[in-house]
Design a protein around this ligand. Structure first.
Ligand code: B3K
Ligand code: ZN
Length: 901
C-alpha cells in the first residue's frame, strides 16, 4: 500500500507557511515503459525570499524508486530518502537539480500519478499525484514552466501528448520515437499531464475573439471516433460563452481533450490537455441519454472554464479548493442555463429555471446531507487528513451557491466587475478565497467582512419566517430568524455568527398576481416584483407598506441562498403557489413542499403499520400540473417526479428507508390510478419523431413522456403499458427512450406473461455489448431494481459481481453496480437482515487495496448511520467497525474514523 498504516495526523489550514524554495522551470524526460518508466527531472530551484530559511530541500515522493541526483551537473550524494520523499541536504541559494527515478505505471491501480489504462498511458496529478511521477515540491503555490520530452515505442504509442505546444517530434533508434512539448504558462504541478498511446482525434480550427487561430482536438480510441461530435461542439460553445460573458479568451494555440475509460472522477483540467472520463466525452443518440448529453456539455464547459478559474489563477493551498471549484461550478451552471435559454425559442426563463431546479435538487439531496453528518465542513475546510476526501458537495456545490450570492447581491454587471478585478489583481498567482471576496467587495464598493462566514461556518442555515398583515396600516411585516437548528457536532464547532443572506421575496395577491413592493422608509415602490432582502442579523424584520391586501409570500425566490426556509404554509396555499407563483423555481418548490409533507405523513403511518391514504386535493394539485399545457414539459416532469427516497429518508426524524419506499410507492400508485387517462394522454402527446435532438426542449418532451410511462407501469393491470413500453423499446432511435422503456418494463408488476423484462434486459446487453458506458447502465438498472421478498436485489447484485463483464478495478463499472446499489437503492440496501451492509464492508475492503479514492467514496454510504432506526443503526455500526479494523488507506481511515467518532 502506498499509505502508511499509522493513523495520519490532520493537516490544518492555519498552519500554512510559504514554500521555502521555488522552482522556476521543470524539464521532464520520460522513457515510457509500462513495467518501468524512467523519469529524469531537471529543475531550476531557488530560495523563496518570502519564506523562513531552510538548510535542506525536502521533496515529496511516493511509490518511486530513486535512481540518482545531481546539483548543477555534479552527481550529488547528499540525498536522504525519507518517509514522504527525499531530502537534499545543505543546498545552495540557487541551483539546478536533476533527479532520476523509476515508477511502475502498469501496477498503478490507484489511477493517481502515471498509470496504464487499456494499453495507453495517462496521468492524474490533482491533488497530490505528481509526487508519484517524480520527486517534487508538490503543492499548488509552487508554479513553474514545464518542458516535457516523451519517448516511447512508436508502434505501441504512436501518439505522445503533453501540456502546451508541440515543439518537435521524430524517430529514435529501435523503433522508438519522441515528442517535445512546452507549456508557455507557469503552472502548479497538479496541472501537469501526459498521454501516450493508440488514439485518434477529430479536430477543428476556430478563431478566438481577438482573431487568433486555435486548434481544438478531441482524442479517443479509434472505435469511439464517431462519438466525439457533441464534446467538440460543447467545447466550441464553452469558448464562445467565456468570451461573451466574462471576456475571457483561450490563451493557448492548442486545446486538447482526451477520453480515458479508467478514471477516478469526471474529468481534469490539466493545462491545454484536459483528460476526461469517457462518460463525459462519448455520445451518440443510440448510446447516450439526454442526461449524458447535458452532462457532457456541462463537464466540458467546467474543465474549459478552469483554464481561467483554477489555472491562470490557482489555489494557494488545498484548503482554498472552493476558490476554483465553487467558482467553476457556478460558471458551468450559468453556461448550461444560458445555453438552455438560447436554445429555447421564446421560453427562455422556463428553460433557465429547469436548470436551476436540477442544480438545487442535487445540492439539497447531497450537500445538505453532507452538512448534517460527520463529514460536515465549511466551504473552506479547517483541516483534512486526506485531501482527496474533500472534493465534496460542500466545496463544489455549496461553494457555487456562495459565488452565486455575490451575483445575487451585485447583479450580473457587479459580479463581472468583481471578476475583472480578480483577474487584474491575481493573474498568474496562487491565491485564497479571501482574495476573491476582496475583489468582489472592492469592485462593488462594499464591505463583505460578514460574508466571510459563508466560507468558515459548516452546516445548513435555517431561516424561520413569521409574517403579520395589518389591514388598517396596509403593512406587511416579515420577520426572519436565522440559526442552524440541531446541527451535527462536526458543523456545530464552526458556527459563530449571523450570515449575510440575500433573501429574495415576492408578495402574491388573491388573483395570483405579484403585488408592488415598497419597504418602509422608501419613497416609492421599487421596480420589479422580487426584492432581495439583505438579511444580516440573527432576527430582522422587514416591513412592506402600501400592501393593499393580505398577501401570500413567495420566499427565497430562485433559491437565492443555500438555506432551509421554515414557514408554515397551509396545503391550499401551496397549491395556490404551485398554480400561480411568477417565480418558476418557487412554483416547483411549492409542489415539492406539498409532496414532501404528504410523503412524510405517509411514511410515518407506514412505519407504524397504519393504513395509507392520499387526500384528493393533492391528487387535484398534481393533476393541474400534469394537464397544464402552458407549462414546459421539462418543468412538469420535475414537479411530478416526487422527491427521491434518499431525500425523504433524510427528512424523517429517524430515517426509515422501508417506510419511505412504501409511502412513495403508495403515492405513485395512487397518482397513476387516479390520473390514468391523463398520463396516457400525456404519453401519447409527447413523442419526439424525426431525428434525435439533444436540446432541452426535446429532452423535456422525452422526460415527461417517460415519466408518464413509469407512472403507468405502477398500475395493477400493466398489460397495455408493457406493450407500449416494448414497442417503444424496439423502435427507439435514442437511448433515453430505450432505457425509459426498459425501466418501465423492469418495474411493472409481473403481468403473468413470463420473463418479458428479463428478455429485454438480455437484448439490451447483446445490443450494446461493445459499448462499456451502456453496459455500465445495464449493471446500474439492475442494481436499482425494486426487488421483492422472493428476489431481493442483493442477490441480483451478488450474481452480477460474477458476471464476466464486471471489473472492480474500473471505477465506472464498480460504481455502476456497487455504488448504485449502496447509494441509490436505499430500500434494498438498508434491508433489515444487514445483508446490504455486509456487502458494503466486503467491497470497501476489497477496493481499499486497489483504489483508495474510490473506496473512500463508497465508504461514505454509511456515514449517516446515527440517523437511522435503531435496528439499522446497530448493523451499520458493526460493519463500520469491521471496515475500520481492516482498511489501510488514509482515505478510508479518515471516513470511517469520522463516522464512528
Ligand atoms: N479538478 C478535478 C478534480 C480532481 C480530483 C482529485 N481527487 C476535476 C474538476 O473539478 O474539474
Ligand atoms: Zn472543477
Amino acid at each position: 500500500m502506498q499509505n502508511s498504516t499509522a493513523p495520519s495526523p490532520p493537516i490544518r489550514r492555519t498552519d500554512y507557511t510559504p514554500p521555502p524554495f521555488l522552482i522556476d522551470t521543470v524539464a521532464l524526460e520520460f522513457d515510457l515503459v509500462p513495467e518501468r518508466t524512467l523519469v529524469k527531472n531537471t529543475m531550476r530551484v531557488h530560495r523563496n525570499p518570502d519564506a523562513a530559511r531552510a538548510p535542506h530541500l525536502e521533496l515529496f515522493g511516493e511509490q518511486l524508486e530513486f535512481a540518482n541526483a545531481a546539483i548543477d551537473g555534479v552527481p550529488c550524494s547528499a540525498v536522504r530518502l525519507v518517509q514522504h520523499g527525499l531530502t537534499v541536504e545543505n543546498v545552495p541559494d540557487s541551483f539546478e537539480l536533476t533527479i532520476s527515478s523509476l515508477c511502475k505505471p502498469v501496477e498503478n491501480t490507484t489511477l493517481s500519478g502515471l498509470y496504464v489504462s487499456g494499453s495507453n498511458f495517462f496521468t492524474q496529478c490533482e491533488a497530490e499525484g505528481f509526487r508519484r511521477i517524480t520527486y517534487f515540491l508538490d503543492r499548488p503555490d509552487v508554479m513553474s514552466t514545464y518542458s516535457v520530452t516523451l519517448r516511447a515505442d512508436k508502434a505501441a504509442y504512436p501518439v505522445l501528448l503533453s501540456n502546451g505546444n508541440l515543439l518537435e517530434e521524430g524517430d529514435l533508434p529501435d523503433g522508438r520515437h519522441f515528442a517535445r512539448w512546452e507549456d508557455p504558462f507557469c503552472k502548479p504541478c497538479y496541472l501537469f499531464a501526459l498521454v501516450a498511446g493508440k488514439l485518434v482525434c477529430i479536430e477543428e480550427r476556430v478563431k478566438s475573439g481577438s482573431g487568433a487561430e486555435k486548434l481544438l482536438q478531441v482524442w479517443v480510441e479509434p472505435h469511439d471516433l464517431g462519438k466525439t461530435r457533441h464534446a467538440m461542439d460543447s467545447l466550441i460553445h464553452s469558448i464562445r460563452w467565456d468570451e461573451e460573458r466574462f471576456g475571457l479568451e483561450l490563451d493557448l494555440d492548442r486545446f486538447m481533450i482526451v477520453a480515458v475509460s479508467d478514471f477516478n472522477m469526471g474529468a481534469m483540467e490539466n493545462k491545454g490537455l484536459n483528460i476526461f472520463n469517457t462518460k463525459y466525452v462519448l455520445a451518440n443518440p443510440e448510446t447516450a441519454s439526454d442526461t449524458d448529453f447535458a452532462n457532457i456539455e456541462a463537464v466540458v464547459g467546467h474543465e474549459y472554464f478552469h483554464n481561467w478559474t483554477g489555472n491562470r489563477v490557482t489555489c494557494r493551498d488545498w484548503f482554498q479548493l472552493s476558490l476554483k471549484e465553487g467558482l467553476t461550478v457556478f460558471r458551468d451552471e450559468e453556461f448550461s442555463a444560458d445555453r438552455a435559454y438560447g436554445q429555447s425559442n421564446g421560453s427562455g426563463e422556463a428553460a433557465r429555471a429547469t436548470k436551476r431546479i436540477k442544480d438545487v435538487l442535487a445540492l439539497r439531496q447531497m450537500q445538505f446531507a453532507e452538512d448534517a453528518g460527520p463529514m460536515a465542513h465549511p466551504v473552506r475546510p479547517e483541516s483534512y487528513v486526506e485531501i482527496n476526501n474533500f472534493y465534496t458537495m460542500t466545496v463544489y456545490k455549496k461553494g457555487s451557491e456562495v459565488v452565486r450570492m455575490y451575483q445575487t447581491l451585485f447583479g450580473r454587471d457587479g459580479f463581472r466587475k468583481g471578476m475583472d478585478l480578480y483577474f487584474k489583481r491575481h493573474d498568474g498567482q496562487a491565491v485564497t478565497c479571501d482574495d476573491f471576496r476582496h475583489a468582489m467587495a472592492d469592485a462593488n464598493g462594499r464591505d463583505l467582512a460578514q460574508f466571510e462566514r459563508w466560507y468558515s461556518q459548516a452546516g445548513t442555515p435555517r431561516v424561520a419566517v413569521k409574517t403579520a398583515y395589518d389591514s388598517a396600516a396596509r403593512s406587511y411585516r416579515v420577520t426572519l430568524t436565522q440559526g442552524y437548528g440541531d446541527a451535527a457536532p462536526a458543523a456545530r464547532e464552526t458556527q459563530k455568527g449571523a450570515l449575510l443572506i440575500p433573501f429574495a421575496i415576492g408578495l402574491i395577491g388573491k388573483d395570483g398576481a405579484d403585488l408592488p413592493l415598497r419597504l418602509e422608509g422608501e419613497a416609492s415602490a421599487a421596480s420589479g416584483t422580487t426584492r432581495v432582502l439583505e438579511f444580516t442579523e440573527t432576527d430582522q424584520t422587514f416591513t412592506f407598506v402600501d400592501v393593499a391586501e393580505k398577501p401570500l409570500p413567495s420566499l427565497l425566490r430562485n433559491f437565492s441562498a443555500p438555506v432551509i426556509v421554515e414557514f408554515d404554509y397551509m396545503a391550499d396555499e401551496l397549491a395556490f403557489l404551485l398554480a400561480h407563483d411568477s417565480d418558476p423555481f418557487n412554483r416547483w418548490e411549492a409542489g415539492q413542499r406539498l409532496a414532501t409533507r404528504e410523503l412524510l405523513a405517509l411514511a410515518g403511518r407506514a412505519a407504524s403499520g397504519a393504513s395509507l391514504q392520499l387526500d384528493d386535493s393533492i391528487v387535484a394539485a398534481f393533476s393541474r400540473v400534469l394537464t397544464d399545457e402552458s407549462l414546459s414539459p421539462a418543468f412538469r416532469e420535475l414537479t411530478l417526479i416526487l422527491p427521491s427516497e434518499a431525500y425523504m429518508a433524510d427528512q424523517m426524524s429517524e430515517s426509515n428507508p422501508a417506510a419511505v419506499h412504501a409511502a412513495r410507492q403508495f403515492m405513485r400508485k395512487r397518482l397513476a390510478t387516479a390520473l390514468r387517462d391523463e398520463w396516457l394522454a400525456v404519453y401519447e402527446q409527447h413523442h419526439t419523431p424525426g431525428e434525435y435532438e439533444a436540446t432541452p426542449k426535446a429532452s423535456g418532451h422525452r422526460a415527461l413522456k417517460n415519466l408518464a410511462l413509469s407512472y403507468l407501469a405502477e398500475l395493477d393491470d400493466p398489460a397495455h403499458v408493457v406493450s407500449r413500453a416494448s414497442k417503444q423499446y424496439a423502435s427507439a432511435n435514442n437511448m433515453t427512450d430505450r432505457a425509459g422503456a426498459l425501466l418501465a418494463m423492469l418495474n411493472a408488476p409481473d403481468s403473468g406473461r413470463g420473463n418479458q423484462a428479463q428478455e429485454v434486459l438480455d437484448d439490451f446487453y447483446r445490443r450494446f455489448e461493445q459499448e462499456p458506458l451502456v453496459i455500465d447502465m445495464w449493471f446500474a438498472l439492475q442494481a436499482l431494481r425494486r426487488g421483492s421478498a422472493k428476489r431481493p436485489v442483493i442477490g441480483i447484485v451478488r450474481e452480477l459481481m460474477a458476471h464476466p463483464a464486471f471489473n472492480l478495478k474500473n471505477p465506472n463499472r464498480a460504481s455502476s453496480l456497487i455504488f448504485a446499489f449502496c447509494m441509490a437503492n436505499p430500500a434494498q440496501f438498508h434491508c433489515e437482515d444487514g445483508s446490504g451492509y455486509a456487502f458494503w464492508a466486503e467491497q470497501v475492503i476489497a477496493l481499499d487495496s486497489i483504489n483508495p479514492q474510490v473506496a473512500a467514496r463508497l465508504a461514505r454510504s454509511l456515514e449517516m448511520w446515527r440517523r437511522f432506526t435503531p435496528a439499522l443503526r446497530e448493523g451499520m455500526r458493526t460493519m463500520l467497525e469491521t471496515v475500520a479494523a481492516r482498511v489501510k488507506s488514509r482515505d478510508v481511515q479518515e471516513i470511517v474514523t469520522k463516522a464512528l467518532a
